[in-house]
Design a protein around this ligand. Structure first.
Ligand code: RI2
Length: 355
C-alpha cells in the first residue's frame, strides 16, 4: 500500500468526517453550501477550481481551508510533474482566496517550504508534508477536545456561533465540536444552543447537521436571541471557533461573535474560543491589524438564491468581527487552556510547546 493509500485509509475511519480527500488523482470534498439538504461530493482536478471552491465557501472553516491549501499544493505538484515554479504560483493563488483565516496562509507556506527541488522528489516531499499536517491537525483536535471537555460540567447548556466542527476542521471535530463531542462521549448530560449565523447560516445548516448526526441534544436559535437567553440563565458557557488569534489574544471569528461576547460579559457567562496553536498569529500584535474579509452584498440580500430585500438594496458584509481579549474567559488549545494575561500566557505556551 502506498503512503497516500495509507493516509486515505486512515481518513475512511468511521469516526471521521473529512471535509476534503484525495481520490483517483483528484481532490474531492463535500459542498458545504448544500448542507444539510444534500451531501454532494464535488471533484476538482486543478488549482483554479479548488481556489474557486474555497472562495465560494464550498469548503470553509479555518482548519478545513488550511488543509485544502496543503492538498492544493500537492495537486499542483502532481499536475505539473513537480515543477517548482508552478507549485509556488498555486500556493500564492490559494492564499489569496480568504484573507482572515491564518491557517490557510500558514499551511500553504509550510507545504511550500517542503517543496525542495523538482520532479518526483518534490512531489514526494509535498506528499509527506500534507500527511504530516493532516495527522497533526487530527491529533490537535483530539487533544483540544480533551482540554475543553474538562471545563464542561454535567448538565450544562453550551452556546456556539457559526460552525466549528468536523467539516470545518480536518474531520474529527474541528475545534468547538471536538470539545462538545468529547464531553458528550464522556457521558456528560449536555445541550447545545446553535446560533443560526446569518447570512450564510453555517449554524443552522452545518452545526445542527453535525449535532443531529452525533445525537447530541441541541436547539437552534436566531443570532438575535442570545442576549435574551443569557438573561434568562439558559446558557452556561459559550465556546466559539477562531479564524485568527492575535498575539495579545484578540479573536477574529465569524461576524456576530463580538455581539455574543458583549452580552456574555454583562451576564457573567464564561466565553471561550477553542482553537489550535496554529491559529495563533504571533506576527499580528492585536485585532486591529487583522484583515477582515468583506464578502458580496448578495450573500446578505439573498437566502438560498432568493432575494429578501427590495431590488437594488446594497448590504454590508464584513464576514468576521474582532472580539477583544478582555471579553474572553479562556482560549482552549491542544496544549491546554489559557487564561489572562493572554499575551504572556500564549507566548509561554508557545515556548513550552517548542521545547
Ligand atoms: P474553526 C468560520 O468562517 C467562522 O469564523 C467559524 O468560527 C470558523 O470558520 C470555523 O471555526 P467561515 O469559513 O473551527 O464559515 O475554524 O467564513 O475555528
Amino acid at each position: 500500500m502506498s503512503k497516500m493509500d495509507e493516509l486515505m485509509e486512515e481518513l475512511r475511519s468511521p469516526e471521521l468526517t473529512p471535509p476534503i480527500w484525495f481520490e483517483d488523482g483528484t481532490l474531492r470534498f463535500i459542498d458545504q453550501r448544500k448542507l444539510p439538504f444534500a451531501e454532494e461530493v464535488r471533484v476538482v482536478d486543478n488549482i483554479g477550481q479548488l481556489a474557486e471552491a474555497i472562495r465560494e465557501m464550498m469548503i470553509r472553516g479555518s482548519g478545513a481551508i488550511g488543509i485544502s491549501g496543503a492538498w492544493g499544493v500537492y495537486l499542483a505538484a502532481l499536475n505539473s510533474h513537480g515543477d517548482n515554479a508552478t507549485v509556488r504560483e498555486a500556493g500564492e493563488l490559494l492564499k489569496s482566496t480568504r484573507p482572515t483565516a491564518v491557517n490557510l496562509m500558514k499551511t500553504v507556506d509550510e507545504t511550500l517550504e517542503a517543496a525542495v527541488g523538482d520532479g518526483a522528489e518534490l512531489v514526494e516531499r509535498i506528499e509527506e508534508k500534507v500527511a504530516e499536517i493532516l495527522r497533526r491537525q487530527l491529533s490537535f483536535e483530539r487533544k483540544l477536545g480533551e482540554h475543553g471537555a474538562a471545563l464542561i460540567r454535567d448538565g450544562e447548556t453550551i452556546m456556539t456561533h457559526c460552525h466549528s466542527g468536523a467539516l470545518a476542521g480536518s474531520g474529527y471535530g474541528g475545534r468547538v465540536f471536538s470539545v462538545i463531542r468529547t464531553a458528550f462521549e464522556q457521558g456528560k448530560d449536555i445541550r447545545v444552543l446553535v446560533s443560526e449565523t446569518r447570512p450564510s447560516l453555517q449554524g443552522a445548516r452545518i452545526t445542527a447537521y453535525e449535532m443531529k448526526k452525533f445525537g447530541i441534544p441541541y436547539n437552534l436559535i436566531t443570532d438575535n436571541m442570545s442576549g435574551y437567553c443569557m438573561s434568562q440563565g439558559m446558557i452556561d458557557r459559550i465556546v466559539v471557533g477562531s479564524d485568527r488569534v492575535a498575539r495579545n489574544g484578540d479573536l477574529a471569528n465569524k461576524v456576530g461573535t463580538y455581539m455574543h461576547a458583549l452580552a456574555a460579559r454583562e451576564h457573567d457567562v464564561p466565553f471561550y474560543t477553542a482553537t489550535s496553536s496554529h491559529t495563533v498569529d504571533f506576527d499580528t500584535p492585536s485585532g486591529e491589524e487583522i484583515e477582515v474579509e468583506t464578502r458580496k452584498s448578495s450573500e446578505v440580500t439573498c437566502i438560498n438564491g432568493r432575494s429578501i430585500a427590495p431590488e437594488g438594496t446594497e448590504a454590508l458584509y464584513p464576514s468576521f468581527d474582532i472580539t477583544p481579549h478582555w471579553l474572553l474567559t479562556g482560549i482552549i488549545t491542544e496544549n491546554g487552556v489559557i487564561e489572562a494575561p493572554f499575551e504572556k500566557n500564549l507566548a509561554a505556551l508557545d515556548a513550552r510547546a517548542r521545547t
